[in-house]
Each structure stands twice: as structure tokens, then as C-alpha cells.
Design a protein around this ligand. Structure first.
Ligand SMILES: NC(=O)c1ccc[n+]([C@@H]2O[C@H](COP(=O)([O-])OP(=O)(O)OC[C@H]3O[C@@H](n4cnc5c(N)ncnc54)[C@H](OP(=O)(O)O)[C@@H]3O)[C@@H](O)[C@H]2O)c1
Length: 323
């Protein structure tokens, strides 16, 4: 029997229940992982509160972890007992052990710790596609990143800066502003107190941004569109404050023939070859020190507190649960 965090009915953080369960042996094409660190992501809150429907009830929360292979099922040829692995995948992440499909796991290089991996597989691969594929960030790109001191935020600020962009980050407090600045943001805006469109105009001397990465949703829309120059890119990749209401597509014409997309990692990393190349790219920037992964550990049994803090805007960087 091992500890897991299960949800029996959707609701607030209190529905996260620590239980002991039997983990089966791995089946065809599967491995069993002893998990050393489990990532906490905003998407875990969407499943927990029911805004994303879980495929079954009850379910073990969590989509990301890192650990050691402790058993290998039939048909698995490229992983063996003792290998260090990490993954982003279906629910089942908040657990001391789990069974997982081998073809969705990746081997960890020696210079990446379990804690770093659990803090970055989902958030870091998301940044990988956001800055390289959804919009190609390069030298001179002007980027606006909302929640710049958050998990995705700190990684994106560093990565976009590394690619030569000018990075403007919105943040909820002065402490978060200092952290975002220490992690690649050139300018910060306290968007709870300041008009962020006016500040972007001032910072860019009226040029406005090439791309806005918006994981906030309801409270930053449609103002995010006003931070773009004509033909700019609005990338709505999350909804920490609630989903954006349906809007008339003519709004994009009125705001400057803008492009808008609502991407998700699952589609960008659907093919094994993409998963491997995206994770290798991530391991390279983190291994070189160009992007750091600040992690904040909670015990697995304190998952509910971790969710409270995440939704309460109290956290920065990546939260991980340690079984
Ligand atoms: N599409 C994808 O592939 C993908 C993948 C990963 C994550 N995401 C999305 O990326 C976003 C960030 O995820 P994360 O896990 O890194 O979380 P996070 O940024 O660490 O936490 C969310 C942050 O959003 C800000 N926020 C603003 N309004 C909020 C509200 N009403 N409630 C809670 N937070 C609010 C807070 O920062 P301030 O205090 O600074 O405002 C908070 O710290 C989420 O929307 C998530 O769904 C999308």
C-alpha cells in the first residue's frame, strides 16, 4: 500500500484526500515508478473543482512527476529498473508510486534532479512550445507575460530573455516583481494596482507588444488585446481567474487584425518524437543554467494546502509534492 491523493467529489482544496492504495504491477508497455517528486499545476485545480471533467471518479490528482523505475511490464524495451524518469500525463500524479505508459515517459539526464523535473516537465515544456512554436520569440521580440512570478511565468521570463526578447511581466505584488526581475523580466507591472495597458504603452514608447502570453483569462481579457500592435499574437494558454467569455471574432479585426490562439501542451507533445525533442530542449536550457527552476516543496499529505496557496496567489515558481 502506498500514499496517494484522491478526489471523490469535485470541490475546494478540502476534497483532496490522502489515502493508502495498492498499485498494480505494470501491464503491457507499462512501467511502475517510485515517485520522488510530483508537480503541482493550475490544471490540477481545474480537475479538482470540476471545471475540467475528470475521465472517472474517484481519481488520483496530478499530471506530472519524476522518479525511479521499479518494475517493467512486458514489451518495454527502452527502460529498465533503476532508470530515472519523468513525465507529463494523465491523472494519477499525486502518488508515492504509479503505473505509467513507458512511451510517454522520458529518461532524465544525470544533471537534472527529480525536484527540478517535477517542477518543470509540464510548465517547462509548455514554455518550450509557447516561445518556439506558438509564436517564435527571438532577438528584439517584445513579450508581455502575465503572472510573471508564477510557475510558467518564471520559466517563460528566463527563456524569452535567453532568446533575446524584451520581457514585460505583470505580477500581483512588489515581492513578485523583484522575483520576476531576478528571473529575466526587464520590466514589471503591478497589474492589481496599475493600468497594465497604459504601462505597456509607456514601457514600449507606444510600439506595444508582438505577443501576449495570457494564462489569467477572465480578468485580463480583453485588455490583453490592447497591449498588442496590429498583427500581434494573443496567446490565451490558461484561465487562472476564470474562463474568457465567448466573444465576437470581429473584435480581432477592430483591435488590429490580431491573431489569437488557445493552445495546450497535449496537442504540441502528442507525438513521441515531439515529446522527446521538447523535453531535450528543456533539459538543454536548464542543464546549461540559462533557465533555472525554482521549486517549493510541500509534503504529499499537504496537497490541499498547496492548492489553497496556489489559488490564493501566495506561491511563486513551481510547487512540488514530496511523497
Ligand atoms: N495551455 C497549456 O499548455 C498550459 C500548461 C501549463 C499551464 N497552463 C496555464 O498557465 C497558467 C499558470 O499556471 P501555473 O501552474 O504556472 O500557475 P501560477 O502561475 O504559478 O499560479 C497562478 C498565478 O496567476 C495569478 N492570478 C491572477 N488572477 C488569479 C486568480 N483569480 N486566482 C489565482 N491566481 C491568479 C497569480 O499571480 P499574481 O499574484 O502575480 O497575479 C497566481 O500566482 C494557468 O492558467 C495554467 O492553466 C497552461
Amino acid at each position: 500500500m502506498v500514499a496517494v491523493v484522491r478526489v471523490h467529489k469535485t470541490g475546494g482544496p478540502e476534497v483532496l484526500t490522502v489515502e493508502n492504495v495498492e498499485i498494480p504491477a505494470p501491464g503491457q508497455g507499462q512501467i511502475k515508478i517510485k515517485q520522488h517528486a510530483c508537480g503541482v499545476n493550475f490544471i490540477d485545480c481545474y480537475f479538482r473543482n470540476g471545471s475540467y471533467p475528470a475521465p472517472s471518479m474517484p481519481f488520483i490528482a496530478g499530471n506530472e512527476s519524476a522518479g525511479e523505475v521499479i518494475a517493467v511490464g512486458p514489451g518495454v524495451t527502452d527502460l529498465k529498473i533503476g532508470d530515472r524518469v519523468a513525465y507529463v500525463g494523465p491523472l494519477g500524479g499525486y502518488a508515492a508510486e504509479r503505473v505509467f505508459n513507458a512511451d510517454r515517459a522520458v529518461k532524465l539526464p544525470d544533471n537534472i534532479s527529480y525536484e527540478q523535473a517535477a517542477g518543470m516537465m509540464l510548465k517547462g515544456m509548455t514554455v518550450q512550445y509557447l516561445v518556439n512554436r506558438t509564436f517564435k520569440v527571438g532577438k528584439g521580440t517584445i513579450v508581455l507575460m502575465h503572472a510573471a512570478a508564477g510557475g510558467v511565468g518564471l520559466i517563460l521570463c528566463q527563456w524569452a530573455n535567453h532568446l533575446g526578447a524584451t520581457v514585460i511581466g505583470t505580477v500581483g505584488s512588489k515581492e513578485k516583481a523583484a522575483l520576476a526581475k531576478a528571473n529575466g523580466a526587464h520590466h514589471t507591472i503591478l497589474y492589481r494596482d496599475e493600468d497594465f495597458v497604459a504601462k505597456v504603452k509607456e514601457i514600449t514608447s507606444g510600439k506595444m507588444c508582438d505577443v501576449v502570453y495570457d494564462g489569467i483569462g477572465k480578468t485580463t481579457f480583453p485588455a490583453s488585446l490592447d497591449c498588442l500592435h496590429p498583427l500581434g499574437y494573443f496567446v490565451s494558454f490558461g484561465s487562472a481567474s476564470g474562463q474568457i467569455d465567448a466573444f465576437n471574432i470581429n473584435l480581432l479585426q477592430a483591435k488590429g487584425s490580431l491573431f489569437a490562439t488557445r493552445p495546450t501542451l497535449n496537442h504540441y507533445a502528442a507525438k513521441r518524437e515531439d515529446l522527446v525533442s521538447m523535453s531535450n530542449d528543456l533539459f538543454k536550457v536548464v542543464g546549461s543554467g540559462a533557465v533555472k527552476i525554482p521549486t517549493h516543496p510541500y509534503a504529499l499529505k499537504d496537497a490541499a494546502q498547496a492548492h489553497k496557496d496556489l489559488e490564493g496567489r501566495k506561491t511563486t515558481g513551481s510547487i512540488i509534492l514530496v511523497p
